[in-house]
Design a protein around this ligand. Structure first.
Ligand code: ZN
Length: 107
């Protein structure tokens, strides 16, 4: 039986030089991805720095994400989507990190 599902499609791709590209319904956003301080047990911290936006020169957007690497679930992110909907589904930042962890592409 068919069930209603979200129509947005998400994908994440590891690029060269430690960058990742998150695509949501055809819209691509690229970030630099690195680990940062603050690991606690199975919780790992990552920093996503958005590639510069030509329409906003000089603006740097950084999100600090924390995921539970053992249970593969989002713990925290600073973006509004996590604040509003993080209890139901991971935001795109945590979702991308979880997808890469699941695929064995991230440590
Ligand atoms: Zn987020």
């Amino acid at each position: 039986m068919a069930t209603a599902t979200a129509t947005r499609t998400r994908s994440v791709k590891m690029l060269a030089d430690g960058a990742v590209r998150i695509t949501i319904s055809g819209r691509e956003t690229s970030y630099w991805l690195d680990r940062c301080e603050g690991d606690y047990g199975d919780y790992r911290c990552y920093r996503l720095t958005k590639h510069s936006d030509d329409s906003l020169p000089g603006k740097v957007t950084v999100y600090y994400c924390q995921v539970d690497a053992n249970n593969l679930r989002a713990v925290s992110c600073e973006c509004p989507a996590h604040a509003y909907r993080g209890h139901r589904e991971p935001c795109k930042h945590c979702g991308a990190i979880l997808a890469l962890l699941r695929a064995g592409k991230l440590s």
